[in-house]
Each structure stands twice: as structure tokens, then as C-alpha cells.
Design a protein around this ligand. Structure first.
Ligand SMILES: C[S@@+](CC[C@H](N)C(=O)[O-])C[C@H]1O[C@@H](n2cnc3c(N)ncnc32)[C@H](O)[C@@H]1O
Length: 250
């Protein structure tokens, strides 16, 4: 009986969540976000990987700095930032976060099943999610269980457990690398309160958006690519149909 009451309460919380998806350039759209309004910035910018597809061009260092500066502006003092990055851009991001007086709290290693084909280099089989905060009073829900390692014997099991799978978006080009929904959902739950504000400036297929629908957080997401934006909208609609949360897009 109690479980049913709790489930109903959770459902009501989710019904009130709002998802706002914007097609456009995050460099411009980020300026519309109010100061100190976000509980969590969970984002996955294009990596420093050479690509022929200009949509997935690496960000310049000046652009990266503009993002970090604005993350600091829009984040609540108790907020968290999680940024996915590969080896090549990890140190640039870290130096910028340090410059803007963020503190590094954790590094999450995401192991993936297929490396990128790059000549004269070892095949990368993992990437990082760096977790930063602005103050010691950052939000962190210790009650949510998050095992450190999901499958020590078979590291690739981590990927399977979390559903990290390029097939999430079969029609889309490879440059997108959808993130594991299970992992993103856990991060959202641990690092932001219910009804909190979550921002993803590079939403791709909309993994963070779906995680917010599933957990009753408000979400704002930007995506420059029309095809990916439409994919994310459909994904949110499907998740919303399951969860009956609020939804708007522009
Ligand atoms: C690594 S992918 C994100 C994948 C996403 N985490 C997911 O699970 O699907 C980076 C995304 O950023 C988008 N992007 C690149 N530059 C952008 C910009 N200036 N503004 C908004 N989106 C941008 C790309 O189109 C791409 O979809």
C-alpha cells in the first residue's frame, strides 16, 4: 500500500516536469539562460576528433572558454556540472574549469565496446565524464545507490548494463555517440533534485532529455543539427507518452 502511495507521488512529481528543446547554436542559445538558474549542466560537446563532417567539428579553445564562463554564470551555487570528454580535450576542459574556479569532484570512466579507427594511435576504448562544482555545498543525493564498477570481470559489461549502443540512433551518422541512458539517468538523479533544472547544450539524440522525463526534472536542451533535433523530439515524445510529463519545444 505504502509502495503504491510512493509510486503515485513519484508519478505526480514527473507529471509536473517540463522539457524545452531548441534547435540552434548553443553559443547563442546559452545567452538566453538566466543567471544562477541551473541545478545541473550535463553535457557532451563534440570531441577533439578530426572529422570530415563539419557539424561535428571540434570546438575552438575560445569557444570552450565561452562555455565554461557561461556555465559558471548560469549554475546555481549548489549546482553540478558533468562534461563528457575524450583524452584529447580532457585537459583543455580541465584547465578552463580550474581557471573559472570550479572544483573537480569525480571522474567517471565510460568504457565503450567499439573504438574509433585511428591510424598510428592505440584504439581508445573509454572516455571520461568530469564532475565539477562551484562550492562545498553542492547537491549530491547520497541515498541513490551508484556502484563504482558495474562488472569488473568484463569491463564491456558496463556498456551493456548502461545500454551504451550506437544502435540507439541507427539512421544517424557515427559522430554522435549517444551516451548510455542508464548512466545519464543515474547522474541526473544523484546530482539534481526532483523538479530541478537540467541543461544540456549539445543534446544530440536527447539522452539527457529522456533521463529528465523519466526522473521528473525540468530540462533545457540545444541541438544544432536538424536531423538530431527531430530525433530528440521524437524520443522525448515517446518517453513522455510513457511518463505523461509536460513537454514544449521551439
Ligand atoms: C557528442 S554529441 C552529443 C551526443 C548526446 N550526448 C547523445 O547522447 O546523443 C555532440 C552534439 O553536439 C551538437 N553540436 C555541435 N555544435 C553545436 C552547437 N554549436 N550548438 C548546439 N549543438 C551543437 C552536434 O550536432 C552533436 O549532436
Amino acid at each position: 500500500m505504502r509502495a503504491r502511495v510512493r509510486a503515485r507521488a513519484r508519478e505526480r512529481e514527473r507529471e509536473m516536469s517540463e522539457v524545452r528543446l531548441y534547435r540552434g547554436d548553443a553559443r547563442i542559445l546559452l545567452k538566453t539562460i538566466k543567471d544562477k538558474s541551473q541545478d545541473l549542466i550535463l553535457t557532451d560537446p563534440p570531441y577533439d576528433v578530426t572529422t570530415k563532417d563539419l557539424r561535428f567539428k571540434p570546438l575552438t579553445n575560445a569557444t570552450k572558454e565561452m562555455f565554461v564562463r557561461n556555465f559558471k554564470r548560469v549554475l546555481k551555487p549548489s549546482g553540478n556540472v558533468v562534461i563528457f570528454c575524450g583524452l584529447r580535450d580532457k585537459f583543455t576542459w580541465h584547465n578552463l574549469f580550474k581557471k573559472y574556479r570550479f572544483t573537480l569532484i569525480s571522474e567517471i570512466i565510460v568504457v565503450y565496446p567499439a573504438g574509433l579507427k585511428i591510424k598510428k594511435r592505440f584504439l581508445p576504448a573509454h572516455e571520461s565524464a568530469l564532475h565539477y562544482v562551484l562550492s562545498e555545498d553542492y547537491y549530491f543525493n547520497d541515498e541513490i545507490m551508484m556502484p563504482d564498477v558495474y562488472n569488473t570481470k568484463r569491463p564491456r559489461g558496463i556498456c551493456r548494463n548502461y545500454g551504451y549502443d550506437y544502435r540507439t540512433a541507427p539512421s544517424l551518422k557515427m559522430g554522435v555517440t549517444p551516451k548510455p541512458l542508464g548512466l545519464v539517468q543515474k547522474l541526473v538523479e544523484v546530482l539534481s533534485p526532483v523538479h530541478g533544472e537540467v541543461l544540456d547544450c549539445f543534446m544530440g539524440t536527447g539522452t539527457t532529455a529522456e533521463a529528465c522525463v523519466l526522473t521528473g526534472r525540468n530540462f533545457t536542451g540545444f541541438e544544432i543539427d536538424t536531423e538530431l533535433y527531430k530525433f530528440a523530439v521524437e524520443r522525448v515524445k515517446k518517453a513522455k507518452n510513457r511518463m505523461e510529463s509536460g513537454f514544449s519545444f521551439g
